[in-house]
Design a protein around this ligand. Structure first.
Ligand SMILES: [Zn+2]
Length: 502
């Protein structure tokens, strides 16, 4: 078999995920092996191996596990595609070290020097523009924050962008998004080639779909890629408030294809409710530890959020609100409650106990990125230890029947659902003890949350289901932490068509 070919039968497979109880009975199948028939892009039949004679194009799973095709519910796909060309400065422990490292990086063809994953929050010295200027001189240099909510720039970069320089050299939030948007404004053909490459890599991890929350106007580029035969992933392309009127005027609603290609569809309106922890801009109800009177920044009032939610809903467009701090989560939930429409919250990193049950009650999905809880454990302990709200309350949300959707926020963490599942279940990825293990998810929930419908509406492997599937080496429900993180993926398919073959 080869990539692009339609599979008629997956032979000799074990079934993982929802639906397995119906099948994985010792009396119904020899060795628990099954053959899955695919017709017209859907699973048409499942039978114990050997009961029926396989016909057509047969993919032999050789005893490996079939799981539902995976989704990453939050990516910045262009930034992720470009990330490999932006050296990481994450290792730098001080402004001087980061500046010296930047100075050694070869500028891009456009004369700019762009680095990624700047992590300043635990530095003892504050970054200053002078330190960066001294090391990097006349080459416009940009160090993108690890949470993509800030950029550290030298004087030459401020000049090139036509922005008044700040003393620290840092720009944050909307100013940072604007700068990142300009850095991401590469030639269409370059961007498209990079998209195809990262989509191929995602498919190789079992991914069949993404929610693309890239900043800026994304629909024209997605239409272009769509028309050029995009076939590696299903894509929901989302819209920010600046482009909402445009999209409404086109009569597009959530779920509508953007072009003839049915794989690329309109997602949701994305509203920025606050900042991020690492940049100190997530909006909290109490002061950050070590920062008296500092409670981050609310990006929009509940009234403004509600206004956007209502305008979008009137045109059939659902809304997702970025909310990291507990104050932002409260405001976002208030906005959905006021409009009486379901929706979604991105991140839900710090949630007050009284807000946790509101997710399920209001029909607001929680789109969460479990690897952040590992990457940010030190930051969270340092700045939020005394917040009364709960950080990364994945288990509480699940117990309150919220629909959990897992994602990476790539490039903030890698676009690899197995990393997210492992982080959700084990809450550590090294020799350190699990961080707040009482909030760990069961593997089954983590897997369901990595499918299109989420933990409350998991995709089952059963006749009639769309044949978006992956074939993997271990049973994800009992895999160890490291088996789960590094899960070998033998094959991935969308509607029965192979998008990856290991
Ligand atoms: Zn994001």
């Amino acid at each position: 078999m080869h990539i692009g070919e339609n599979v008629d039968v997956i032979a000799n497979a074990r079934i993982a995920g929802e639906g397995r109880e119906l099948l994985a009975h010792p009396h119904t199948a020899r060795d628990g092996l099954f053959d899955l028939w695919v017709t017209g892009g859907r699973i048409s039949d499942i039978a114990p191996s050997g009961n029926l004679r396989p016909r057509g194009a047969v993919l032999d799973a050789e005893g490996a596990w079939v799981v539902p095709g995976l989704w990453d519910h939050h990516v910045h796909f262009l930034q992720w595609a470009l990330a490999s060309s932006r050296p990481s400065v994450e290792h730098a422990g001080s402004p001087a070290e980061a500046a010296a490292f930047a100075a050694g990086i070869t500028p891009q063809a456009d004369g700019r020097r762009v680095l990624s994953r700047l992590a300043t929050a635990l530095w003892e010295a504050e970054p200053t523009r002078a330190v960066l200027d001294a090391a990097t001189g006349d080459v416009p240099s940009y160090l993108l924050g690890v949470d993509v909510h800030s950029v550290w720039m030298n004087e030459a970069a401020f000049r090139r962008e036509g922005i008044a320089p700040t003393e620290s050299g840092l720009v944050r939030e909307s100013a940072a998004f604007e700068v990142i948007d300009r850095l991401d404004d590469v030639e269409g053909s370059v961007a498209d080639a990079a998209h195809v490459e990262v989509a191929r890599r995602a498919a190789a991890r079992g991914v069949v779909g993404i929610w693309d929350l890239e900043f800026g106007e994304n629909h024209a580029p997605w239409r272009r890629r769509s028309d050029a035969g995009w076939d590696a992933l299903r894509v929901f392309s989302n819209v920010y408030p600046d482009d909402l009127e445009d999209v409404l005027a086109q009569g597009l609603a959530t779920g509508d294809p953007l072009a003839a290609n049915p794989l690329v569809r309109l997602g949701m309106l994305k509203v920025i409710g606050d900042g991020a922890l690492a940049s100190g801009t997530a909006a909290t109800s109490h002061d950050y530890d070590a920062h008296p009177h500092h409670r981050g920044v609310l990006g929009a009032s509940p009234e403004q959020m509600a206004d956007l939610v209502a305008r979008a809903a009137a045109g059939g467009i659902a809304t997702t609100i970025h909310a990291i701090g507990d104050a932002a989560n409260t405001a976002a939930l208030d906005a959905f409650a006021r409009c009486d429409v379901p929706g979604r919250i991105e991140h839900a990193q710090l949630v007050s106990a009284s807000d946790i049950p509101r997710f399920a009650r209001l029909g607001v999905d929680a789109s969460v990125q479990p690897q952040h809880l590992i990457d940010d454990r030190e930051l969270t302990d340092r700045f939020w230890a005394n917040q009364p709200a709960r950080p990364y309350p994945l288990r509480d949300l699940r117990d309150a029947e919220a629909n959990l959707l897992l994602g990476s926020d790539a490039p903030v963490s890698p676009l690899d659902p197995w990393i997210q599942m492992s982080a959700a279940v084990f809450r550590t990825d090294d020799a350190q003890d699990p961080w707040q293990p009482e909030q760990a998810l069961e593997a089954r929930t983590a897997l369901a949350a990595s499918t299109e419908g989420g933990s409350a509406d998991p995709v089952a492997i059963e006749p009639g289901a769309v044949a978006d599937l992956a074939v993997v080496a271990h049973d994800p429900l009992v895999a160890t932490r490291d088996e789960l993180r590094a899960m070998p993926v033998a094959a991935t398919m969308i509607g029965g068509r192979l998008t990856h073959l290991g």
